[in-house]
Design a binder for this molecule. Structure first.
Ligand SMILES: [Cu+2]
Length: 427
């Protein structure tokens, strides 16, 4: 009888366990946004705390589960039990066992608390090697501090990046390098950092609460309106990592991705020079020149900066180097050849290598993005769906600025082509 029950349970348990175990393959553990594949010290520490907890819980599970199974088997009903009272008389219990269990529970909590607190302190402080300890308080004014408070020498040693959350994309600024939105040199959607360097991340929001999370490098700390949060990150392996807003922030929260490109320090310096360069002039008489004129007349300039061409827009992503980025629109649209990228990831065991931007994919994405406003019409004559629902490019009406109403219009295929050709020149 007992073995029959066991075999029935087994019948269900086997496929169930198989499904669970299928998620434990190396390939699944290293997928793009896996927290189980740390590539930097902060992610490593967070992973270690997680695993410490998992093992402790496994031990507790085996203990409690084992006792339960033991009791079920040992005290199961046997032939002849019919004469016994149905419910066993209640006893008072065993003070020794009770006190023992309470002490053991407290002990388990203390065991968990030690690595947890260590990890909290560790992730809160940029490592001391790069900062004299005496300067730490200058670095981390617990009470509100401004950048001016920081000791200059400390500032020189640690790279500082401001991360600004917006519905629904991230803007990155490098104040020490003169790359800010005010200076018309901010970087949307793609955070580029040098390998092996501790980086202080200042987290700000310009609207609602967002959260910064790059599972393989570090996570996750909120970006709160009216409040200054910070964290630090470091990546020890070059490559292309995937981040995601981790705090529900409205319609397109699920599409609020970003990328982190980890490069060698020399390449980082080159990238900074490239980001600070102005856009090249467009060729006279080209499609790009027509696109540039449309960019000015269709109110795109109101929200977007193109260094060297236009300079008024500060609300939307900076487009000065839009054609050099591997993604668009909060990193939701991928400008690489997706099939080639997948093939590369499979081949390299998800080591985050990346194929270069594919101009055809980029152009298709630009047309798709610009042409997808709520009133644009597809080939079937029906209004086309927004790439990102509720996005602040197409749903500008909340700002109630008469001039912006222009945006909400249809573009002919030719106009879209010209706009895309123009943006493609912005390398
Ligand atoms: Cu969000």
């Amino acid at each position: 009888m007992f073995s029959r029950i066991l075999s029935r349970v087994g019948l269900f348990a086997v496929p169930f366990l198989a499904v669970i175990m299928a998620g434990c393959s190396k390939e699944e553990m290293t997928v793009r946004q896996s927290t189980l594949d740390p590539k930097g010290p902060v992610a490593q520490v967070q992973y270690d705390v997680f695993m410490d907890t998992v093992w402790l819980v496994v031990v507790l599970f085996a203990l409690v589960g084992g006792l339960l199974v033991f009791a079920v088997i040992k005290f199961r009903s046997r032939p002849g039990d019919e004469n016994k009272p149905a419910i066993v008389e209640e006893g008072h219990g065993n003070p020794l066992i009770e006190i023992g269990l309470i002490t053991a529970s407290i002990g388990a909590l203390v065991i968990i608390a030690i690595p947890t607190l260590g990890a909290i302190w560790y992730t809160d402080d940029v490592p001391a090697e790069s900062i004299p300890t005496s300067k730490l308080s200058a670095w981390y004014p617990r009470v509100e501090g401004t950048r001016e408070n920081y000791a200059k020498s400390v500032e020189d040693q640690v790279l500082e990046i401001d991360v600004i959350g917006k519905q629904w994309w991230f803007r990155f600024e490098y104040p020490q390098l003169g790359m800010t939105n005010d200076a018309k040199h901010s970087v949307p959607n793609e955070l580029v950092i040098p390998k092996g360097k501790a980086i202080r991340i200042n987290l700000r929001s310009e609207d609602v609460i967002h959260s910064f999370w790059v599972p393989k490098i570090a996570g996750k700390v909120d970006l709160m309106p009216g409040r200054k949060n910070h964290m630090w990150i470091q990546a020890d392996q070059t490559g292309h990592y995937y981040g995601q807003c981790a705090e529900f922030c409205g319609d397109s929260h699920a599409y609020m991705l970003f990328r982190v490109e980890v490069v060698e320090p020399a390449e980082f310096a080159k990238w900074v020079q490239q980001q600070k360069a102005e856009a090249a002039p467009v060729v006279a008489g080209s499609k790009a020149e027509k696109g540039k004129a449309l960019f000015a007349s269709k109110s795109c300039v109101m929200c977007h900066n193109v260094g060297g061409h236009f300079g008024a827009g500060a609300f939307g992503p900076d487009l000065t180097h839009v054609a050099s980025r591997k993604s668009l629109a909060g990193a939701w649209l991928d400008n690489r050849d997706p099939a080639a990228q997948r093939a590369l990831e499979r081949q390299t065991g998800n080591t985050e290598d990346s194929v270069p931007v594919d101009p055809a994919a980029l152009k298709a994405n630009l047309i798709k993005w610009i042409g997808s406003s709520g009133v644009a019409h597809g080939a079937d004559g029906k209004p086309s769906k927004d790439v990102k629902p509720g996005n602040r490019m197409h749903f500008y009406k909340m700002f109630n600025v008469a001039g912006l109403r222009e945006t909400n219009q249809q573009f002919t295929a030719e106009e879209l082509d010209h706009l895309a050709e123009y943006l493609l020149t912005l390398k």
